[in-house]
Design a protein around this ligand. Structure first.
Ligand SMILES: [Zn+2]
Length: 482
């Protein structure tokens, strides 16, 4: 009896298994988890904004954008968010380009499906492996969707996954609304994607669906080695992913502060030259809004290409002339006709990046570069022998002369000196000078970093007045160091 019952129940389970769409149930569960995680981040964000107005908003612009879906061109629907997600409709099914951030994906999918129907997409094209572009892939895919990526996607995904704790710590400094530790909920795991089609650098992947032609072109060197774009040859529309960064035009991010692999400048220029041959009439990026106008797009693509080429060539020329990386960072400026916004990529950081891409980390200047002991290892010993008031007077002089970088170097060496109220005040003023200067050149990541450092400096208790507040008192305490 027992075994008969067992067999019957086994049969019921087997019949149910055939009947139930497990893919759909799994997708629904993922949906619920992603939704809940999104709510946690939204409340973190509200706290960050309430607790620190100047900080929270600056570092979290994209996450504060409302998610809305609209038809941006006939048959092309976009859901906004930290990363945009697009649905392209055809009479033979839909194609999705980029799937946003996991915590926003369920809302993006709901809104897109309200406009385009809730069928499973035929294909999902992922512009690259970054979290804000692949998050919702498993929420869309119920088992029948073909996933298309660059052939380097899996390798990029691997290292981003292996280094996730390290990257999360750094990202959280720049984007304080992120949860304290990376999530371990299986429903939030958006990595480990296995593509069905891998596009190589040599030939585009072309397909026709309904009456729409699609071309997927590899564009390595932008936001990593695994970048690709979607080109619609009949409509002359380019879905550019992150190739141009969040705005067009701007200087590209050849270096990223959160600490990813080096990006290759020459590869970026080659990809840009390839995109120029397509002659796009519109760019639909995976962040913020689209850009329209063939001439405007061509002129600015040429300008970006020439600016990157200029910075590259100046760096190489300087290296051959025996100049140091710091000298080049100081000297090389974009000429007037190549001026571009540096909110995303900063020229001086691109120079360091190009320099180290070619020459690696040994700058051939100091023997100590070869050994594991950093300058900070001698801080305590140095503080015990240095004339602190004289050193602090030197800091004040740097600040009076608007030389915050020099003040910063000296303060970093004096950090931890026993009577540190003056040092703390000086550190605050140094960071404020750096921030004021950064605002003029407006690189987002520099501002995020300085905001985080200022938070730390302000959190330290202060008993001394800021140095600039009482210059005469300072003068009385001055020690001659000339
Ligand atoms: Zn992105």
């Amino acid at each position: 009896m027992r075994s008969k019952n067992f067999l019957i129940s086994l049969g019921v389970v087997a019949a149910a298994a055939l009947w139930i769409n497990w893919g759909l149930i799994e997708t629904k569960a993922r949906y619920a988890i992603a939704d809940a995680a999104g709510n946690v981040v939204v409340s973190n964000l509200a706290q960050a904004v309430a607790g620190n107005n100047d900080r929270g908003l600056a570092a979290a612009e994209l996450i504060t954008l409302p998610i809305t879906a609209e038809e941006v061109s006939p048959g092309i629907f976009r859901a906004s968010g930290v990363g945009n997600s697009y649905v392209l409709t055809t009479s033979e099914g839909n194609v999705v380009f980029d799937t946003g951030l996991i915590i926003q994906a369920s809302e993006q999918i709901d809104q897109l499906q309200a406009l385009t129907g809730d069928s499973e997409p035929v294909k999902i094209i992922l512009s690259h492996s970054h979290a804000d572009h692949v998050g919702g892939t498993r929420l869309w895919d119920q088992g029948q969707t073909q996933i298309i990526t660059h052939e380097a996607f899996e390798e990029e995904q691997r290292y981003l996954t292996e280094l996730n704790p390290y990257l999360h710590r750094r990202n959280r400094v720049l984007f304080p609304w992120l949860p304290e530790t990376p999530s371990t909920l299986p429903g939030l795991n958006f990595r480990g994607l296995i593509p069905d089609v891998r596009v190589d650098n040599d030939s585009p992947y072309r397909f026709t669906l309904g009456n729409r032609r699609f071309e997927v072109h590899a564009t390595p060197g932008a936001e990593g080695a695994d970048n690709l774009v979607l080109w619609l040859p009949d409509e002359k529309i380019l879905l550019s992913g992150d190739f141009f960064g969040p705005q067009f035009p701007q200087f590209p991010n050849l270096f990223t502060m959160r600490g990813e692999k080096m990006r290759k400048p020459v590869e970026y220029i080659a990809s840009l030259n390839h995109l120029l041959t397509l002659e796009p009439a519109a760019i639909l990026p995976s962040h913020l809004d689209g850009v329209w106008g063939k001439d405007f797009i061509r002129d600015n693509m040429v300008r970006i290409r020439d600016a990157v080429q200029f910075v590259h060539d100046e760096t190489v020329t300087g290296m051959n002339a025996g100049k140091s990386v710091e000298q080049l960072m100081e000297e090389v400026r974009l000429p007037t006709h190549l001026q571009l916004s540096q909110t995303h990529g900063k020229v001086s950081w691109a120079i360091r990046s190009i320099w180290e891409y070619y020459a690696t980390w040994f700058h051939f200047e100091h023997t100590s570069e070869l050994y594991a002991t950093p300058l900070t290892a001698i801080k305590k010993d140095l503080i015990s022998v240095v004339n602190i008031p004289a050193a602090m007077q030197l800091v004040r002089r740097y600040l009076k002369n608007s030389e915050p970088e020099k003040a910063l170097l000296l303060l970093e060496l004096l950090e931890g000196e026993p009577n540190s109220d003056l040092a703390r005040a000086a550190r605050l003023e140094t960071l404020e000078q750096l921030e004021r200067r950064a605002q003029e050149h407006a690189n987002d990541y520099e501002l995020y970093w300085l905001a985080s450092e200022l938070d730390k400096a302000r959190a330290a208790p202060l008993s001394a007045a800021p140095l600039s507040a009482s210059p005469h008192d300072d003068d009385k305490r001055d020690v001659q160091v000339d």
